[in-house]
Design a protein around this ligand. Structure first.
Ligand SMILES: [Zn+2]
Length: 55
């Protein structure tokens, strides 16, 4: 199973949420614990869910 470091807290997670904060075009990843704080920011844009687990 792959992991990805959360761009907010640095923790390696197996499920991460991709998002942008406008006007930035850079995609960042947030773990489930950090997502609510990012969603509350102005310019938040959801870009999909990354999963490290293979089906
Ligand atoms: Zn995090």
């Amino acid at each position: 199973m792959k992991t990805k470091p959360c761009d907010c807290c640095g923790q390696a997670v197996t499920v991460a949420y991709r998002f942008q904060i406008a006007p930035s075009k850079t995609w960042r990843f947030a773990c489930p614990a950090c997502l609510p704080a990012e969603q509350a920011r102005p310019g938040y844009r959801y870009g999909g869910t990354w999963k490290g687990a293979r089906h």
